[in-house]
Write a protein that binds this ligand. Sequence first.
Ligand code: FNR
Length: 379
Amino acid sequence: PPLHSLLNLDEIEAAAKTQVSRKCWAYYFSAADDLLSKSYNNTVYRNILLRPRVFVDVTKADTTTTLLGQYKVGTPLYVSPAAMARLAHPDGEAGIARGISRFGAMQLVSHNASMTPEQIVAESKPGQIFGWQLYVQQDRAKSEAMLARIAKLKDKYKCVVLTLDAPVPSKREHDEKAALETQLLIEESQSEEEKKNKRPGSNSGVGQQLFFGTAADLTWSTTLPWLAKHTDLPIVLKGVQTHEDVYLAAQYARKNPGSIKAVILSNHGGRSLDTAPPAVHTLLEVRKYCPEVFDIIEIWVDGGIRRGTDIVKALCLGARAVGVGRAALWGLGAGGWEGVDRTFEILQGEIQTCMKMMGAKDISELGPRFINSRMVERD
Ligand code: FNR
């Protein structure tokens, strides 16, 4: 179907499913175990109600904001780091960059991107900003070499995103099943000799294969000082899931100026620990137990964004920025860079409609007065 006929993120996802390979679909769609965190991510915003005000001149709604304390962006909506965009479409991560360029959105690039960090930013617009996501490797020299490479691209890459919520591989059964099916097909056509010489691990899912070499021994006291030695960029901690850890991050940031600038509340799109909380639950915890952190570090969130209203709700509850992972990939699958452009057009339109309907003229006006979160806090 033509992209303009796709009206919401569900339709983009359905269109992508018809375009991409079974392997791609299974890898993007999959989440840990029973997909409970993923499905809760997708429904939690529905139980948060808006409190719109009337008699406000809302001829215009301005979505511009600043991130990392200094970079002006056109929208608080950003692209979360997600691996292997070229599985969906040859435009890949550079296509995502192109697709979001007219919205002035930030893009976080995965450690496991299918294009190089240089290729991804090569044709981006002046002022378009990126972050680079790091999975610390057991072989630290490899990570150090990548950080040195990113340092050379500092016109474009403005932060290092350190992902913490995936210290070990999770069980993603859709991804594994797709790999097993492929393996069975291959085996049918293989000789006994070929079967014996198979590379170990070559029949595991995409996620398992990408995980190989990732370190599981990260700590507050060892990893952050190591990282500071190898990058001058601000650090964003991704996958923080409790108010206790948000508090520790803020403490660290206070004691080490120029280190941690933001944390991303995230359960990895439900792909790591099943039944880990959706970001909005953690956000509500933070509001309750350590609201002072909002003045020390920026709080970003991702997971389960389907609508502009979801984004506005997170912003009202104190998020500085809101990320989408799968939505950008499905956009790419549905129509290359133009599919990403369409996805962002839909979400940006919905954000603006929501703000106007609520009587909010710009992002700074968004706050808890617009929210009734009783249904979520009770459960
Ligand atoms: C991810 N995510 C992820 N996160 C990360 O830090 N590094 C990575 O390489 C990846 N890879 C990845 C691949 C795919 C296919 C998906 C769907 C996700 C997690 C991602 O950054 C983000 O947290 C979630 O995708 C947010 O949830 P939604 O928007 O997909 O619901």
